[in-house]
Design a protein around this ligand. Structure first.
Ligand code: HAM
Length: 415
């Protein structure tokens, strides 16, 4: 990750983290390696991820470990292990690299970066809506909301999903020979993923297949209707996609994906849903849960489509000094000013002290090249009078001030 790209990533991450924190989600940090068993049980034996995409290694004592392909199972494992899910609610987020052995292409990598959020202990549609609204706020804050749209679906309760799965297998088994190769394999392992198939002939066979919405139980339907009405209240537009089933096994009820048409085949920038059965499947007490993960690689590509230039990280203030003798005084003034600036603003101005001497003229040239709006000049006279000269590099005006008055000037809201 080279500086320009890293800058864009940090910009996106800072906005997303700030929004997560504003909803009172708290950060957790999860390990990169877990026992393979966790993902086999959590994500599902028959998923592409577990079947063929994990980076798995044997530990020195023979334990099988895998680089995490996603964060949800780890997150449940960690909170569960530390007693944080029992009879309480939690809202947490995590970020970091995930690993899947996929066919690399634009927007699809073997190491990619997710920011995920998970909420535990809430079974109502309000939390599903909160997670979706949070996503909408990300796109707004990043200026990409015009490029992203939302699809939602409900998978029903675990029982409804099972009944539907069976009906689908019964329907497709006599047609098996006509299915594409991937779908033939999935018929026995993960039949609902066949609905996702990109193969046209397979899709044509599915026209008369049993439909998931006909199997969804009344409680799930109610949950889904309430979610839709909440999304309407929040003015979040969505499309219902009855074929949206997701590639991980743990989902029940609501599933959703934020998609874009700007990144070719890798359209999902953020995806998630409810997974009420997972905590129990991983050995805990039955706990309602829902969450999502955003793919930062893809969001960054989309951000670049809209904002070609990486967000500016220009220097704000450039401190120049008159000759070698003042070098140390200039460095010290820099330290003092930075300390004051960071005390008084969450995102303090960035102050660079000139290095390497030279005339004021040469230093001011550097100041301009750095993109700074302000230069501070420290000459012998300023030093004697305990003052500094503040020069506005945009309009050329300048004034000589005490350090305190200069700080006031820099901290004015429109600076
Ligand atoms: P997922 O759909 O597998 O869900 O991944 C979520 C997002 O991660 C995708 O929408 C995509 O943006 C990004 N992503 C996935 N694979 C790649 C890849 N190979 N290269 C680049 N980006 C990728 C999950 O991982 C669930 N844990 C989400 C969740 C959290 N559900 C509930 N809570």
């Amino acid at each position: 990750m080279l500086p320009l790209e890293a800058r864009r990533w940090r910009h996106i991450e800072a906005h997303v983290h700030a929004i997560l924190r504003s909803f009172a989600y708290e950060e957790v940090q999860l390990p990169l390696l877990e026992f393979t068993e966790l993902f086999a049980r959590g994500v599902g034996e028959a998923t592409d991820i577990v079947e063929k995409e994990m980076y798995t290694l044997a530990d020195r004592d023979g334990d099988s470990l895998s680089l995490r392909p996603e964060g949800t199972a780890s997150c449940v494992r960690a909170l569960q292990e530390h007693g944080l899910l029992y009879n309480q609610t939690q809202r947490v987020f995590y970020s970091g690299p995930m690993f899947r052995y996929e066919k690399p292409q634009k927007g699809r990598y073997r190491q990619f970066y997710q920011i995920g959020a998970e909420a535990f202990g809430f079974d109502g549609p309000d939390v599903d809506a909160e997670l979706i609204v949070m996503g909408a706020q990300f796109w707004q804050a990043l200026g990409i909301s015009e490029r992203v749209y939302l699809e939602i679906n409900t998978l029903g309760s675990g029982g409804a999903r099972e009944a539907y799965r069976q009906a689908l297998v019964d329907f497709l088994t006599p047609l098996a020979a006509e299915l594409d190769e991937d779908s033939q394999r999935r018929l026995h392992t993960n039949p609902m993923r066949i609905l996702d198939s990109k193969n046209e002939h397979t899709q044509s066979l599915l026209v008369d297949a049993p439909r998931l919405p006909d199997f969804v139980d009344a409680d799930s339907q109610r949950h889904f209707t309430e979610l839709r009405s909440l999304l309407d209240d929040f003015d979040v537009a969505y499309r219902i996609n009855p074929n949206l089933v997701r590639g991980l096994d743990y989902y029940t009820h609501t599933v959703f994906e934020w998609l874009t048409d700007d990144l070719g085949a890798q359209g999902a920038v953020c995806a998630g849903g409810r997974y009420n059965g997972l905590v129990e499947r991983l050995g805990g007490k039955a706990t309602a849960a829902a969450g999502f993960a955003m793919g930062l690689d893809r969001v960054a590509l989309l951000h670049e489509v809209v904002h070609q230039n990486a967000p500016s990280e220009a220097v704000d203030v450039y401190l120049c000094y008159g000759g070698e003798a003042l070098m140390s005084a200039a460095q010290q003034a820099g330290v003092r000013l930075r300390a004051e600036l960071s005390k008084q603003a969450a995102e303090p101005l960035k102050l660079r002290v000139h290095m390497g001497g030279g005339s004021f003229k040469k230093q001011l040239k550097r100041a301009n090249a750095s993109g700074a709006k302000w230069a501070i000049l420290l000459g012998a006279e300023e030093l004697n009078n305990n003052e500094l000269t503040l020069k506005n590099l945009v309009d050329g005006s300048q004034q000589t001030l005490s350090e305190a008055a200069l700080l006031m000037q820099l901290l004015q809201p429109n600076n």
